[in-house]
Design a protein around this ligand. Structure first.
Ligand code: ZN
Length: 164
């Protein structure tokens, strides 16, 4: 569902996506990260004979941090698992779409990363807020801090739910 709505928004065909989704038990060589609910990893950069960046094919992994997602649900029992994971996967697919189209550099500075994160949260909100998914309003409320002006984000990390 996440792939479908993000593809629709950015006019992508399903063949243009190069990613996979991993959960903790399938992430053999990826260290679990205690912080965010998920993260995107550049898994492979397929070489091409061309020197054009547009000819390069990058493959990404969305690593869902199961333990962090379950802890979040335990601490916020009004959140729905499906709606939360939908938000997370839409969010990560937007990152991938932006990396793939060079709208965002994978090696960004912390400031760039932070404003990009807020931008991706706002795009995520625009995509999921009108979906007929039970519990999506509660998830949007949970991430509401990210949807306001970027200046308002200078608060301690602990109170801002992170996806990355
Ligand atoms: Zn993010």
């Amino acid at each position: 569902m996440a792939e479908e709505v993000v593809s629709d928004t950015f006019k992508l065909s399903s063949g243009q996506w190069r990613y996979d989704i991993k959960t903790l038990d399938t992430m053999n060589d990826v260290e679990p990260d205690p912080g965010p609910l998920a993260q995107v990893i550049l898994a492979a950069r397929q070489r091409s004979d061309s020197c054009l960046r547009s000819q390069r094919v990058d493959v990404y992994l969305i690593c869902l941090q199961d333990h962090a997602i379950l802890e979040t649900l335990e601490a916020h029992p009004w959140l729905d698992l499906f709606a939360l994971v939908l938000y997370i996967v839409v969010h990560e697919l937007i990152h991938i779409e932006r990396f793939s189209r060079f709208k965002q550099n994978f090696q960004a500075t912390p400031e760039e990363t932070h404003s990009e994160e807020a931008r991706v949260h706002r795009l995520t909100r625009q995509i999921v807020e009108n979906l007929p998914v039970a519990g999506i309003d509660a998830v949007l409320h949970f991430f509401a801090h990210w949807h306001g002006p970027i200046d308002a984000l200078h608060t301690p990390d602990a109170i801002v739910p992170k996806i990355r």
